[in-house]
Ligand binder design. Sequence first.
Ligand SMILES: [Zn+2]
Length: 626
Amino acid sequence: MEIHKITTNKVNQNYLPSKKEDTKLLTIQNTDRSEVLMKELDKMAGNNIAFKGNFELNLSKEELEKRTNKDYLITKKMLKADAPEYLALADGDKETLKHLVKAAYILEKINMQLDNPHNLEFKEYLDKEIAKGNKNAEMTKVLFDAQKGINAIDSMSDKIHLAKGHTDLPGKGVYPEDLTKEEFHKILTKMLNEGKDEEVKKILTQRSVVERKGDELVGIDYIDKFKDDFAKMADEIDKAAATSTNPDFTEYLKLQAKALRTADPMLDAEADKKWATLQDTPLEFTITRENYEDEMTGTIVENKELSKMLEERGITPIPKDFLGGRVGIVNKKGTDALMAIKKYLPTLADNMPYNDEYEQNISTKGDAKQTMVDVDLVAVTGNVGEYRGGITLAENLPNDDKLSLKIGGGRRNVYHRQIRFISDKAKLQERLDAILDKDQQKYYLDEADHWFTIGHENAHSLGPKKAGESLGKYRNIIEENKADMGSLAFVDLLTELGMYTPEQRKQIIVTTVTDNFLKSKPTLSQAHRVRTVMQNKYFADRGAYEITPEGKIHVNIDKVVPIAKEMLAEIVRIQIDGDFDKAEKYVKDNFVWTDNMELIAQKLQKVNKTLNGRTESELAEKLLAE
Ligand SMILES: [Zn+2]
């Protein structure tokens, strides 16, 4: 489970353009005649509808110029080629890192196909157009590389489609493009009636691409579907293992490579289990698997009849995984700071609401089975590196639907240093002046957001262990809400226990409530932002904050934690009950965009113009070229 994708409520304007980049921005602003001519030719040929290998760019020149301008496009910088963290590595680990970067980019290519069936051909089209001198294609490519796909959402929750006629698909690239929810349910029902339970099981796992086969559907395991690319990835990972200096990391890499060669969930489970134990390794490598993007599988719970048929057959529909590659260098100092929370985890588990009704990932006694590292990032590829309204700040994996947890594996939290760094303090102050009561500005601290994130990630390991598939499209919203409220609900307890000072307690509370104000109203499919609005509404109703006559947020500090506890208990109740209708009602009751939220949003929009974001990976690019 990932932490909220930051940016809407954060000031991440740490992009300082170099002279070279400025020139590039200038040169792509000329009118492009060849593009205009191309469009005319297409029209004449009657090719208004995109066909294979040909596309029409969707964004106008003006729109592209705006979105690729540094005021609207922020850049997160991964480690530089001469980063001291890299230079300090043993020679063997430097070699390992190189192969892991190569593996991660192969995974990006695979994930692009899971994301949208036209991503790769569109990318090819853009490259061809750029070679012809098409400036609009050049700017479109900047956005394509940033969001890693044709379709995304921006920081204002507006949808961005880079190719005309190619809008977002509910089944992304993992279901047939023309499959509707109704037909999907109909085919599954028919197949179950014909006793094709095993086939249906393959369609509804988290690791298959679903295709049409006659008038039925068939699920093909990811490993079989992308056999060549996974084999290439496995080769790189084996090469990485050959020079790695850390025996535990080496063992994990070997297990991971093996899992990419044969389609067998147990091989993944064994790799995941080893991965989750990694604590003192020089390097970080993860194949991230998260299922926030799939909007097709979760619709099944809305069909009571089909749900019942599946339940009777012991089949659980699990949304499809989207894959990411994370490569980095473990930061020792940052990791030591994270570990402070570890000894308190059993106490937190003990204090979870209704904890006598479920088993938790974190045992209330003994080993917490949870590792945590702070990582300097070299590359974030595929799903984990997509900048779509925001980018992943930290992750706690594997998620509850994974087999490794059932064979006794633990979980591992990874925090992304280069994503959380804020370098433009002046911009931050400008934002605070616009929205936060002057007397409380002293309590706003960007570091406190990191502490909140630590609480959030650990809270994912607390509470009911079951994956909550029965909550359908509300599952992720509810789970993320639990993690936030878990983080906030324990702030007083952790202060009593000595983990936070009273000053830090105020900083976490004020920073969190302030950051709950978004730049724009999200859509219901943005789990990460919907829950933020829900909390904000819940807090407003119960007096956790008020808006001063000057239109600034004033936090009622002592009220916040008790309110968070109340919300946490309600959320955990919904997870235990697993009732879709209750979850829907809870989300709808609380997902209310108030006038005060709009007031603050307007102010945020003035300070922070960001619409899109991207990552820049200098070291990774150098290693790829070696
Ligand atoms: Zn999360």
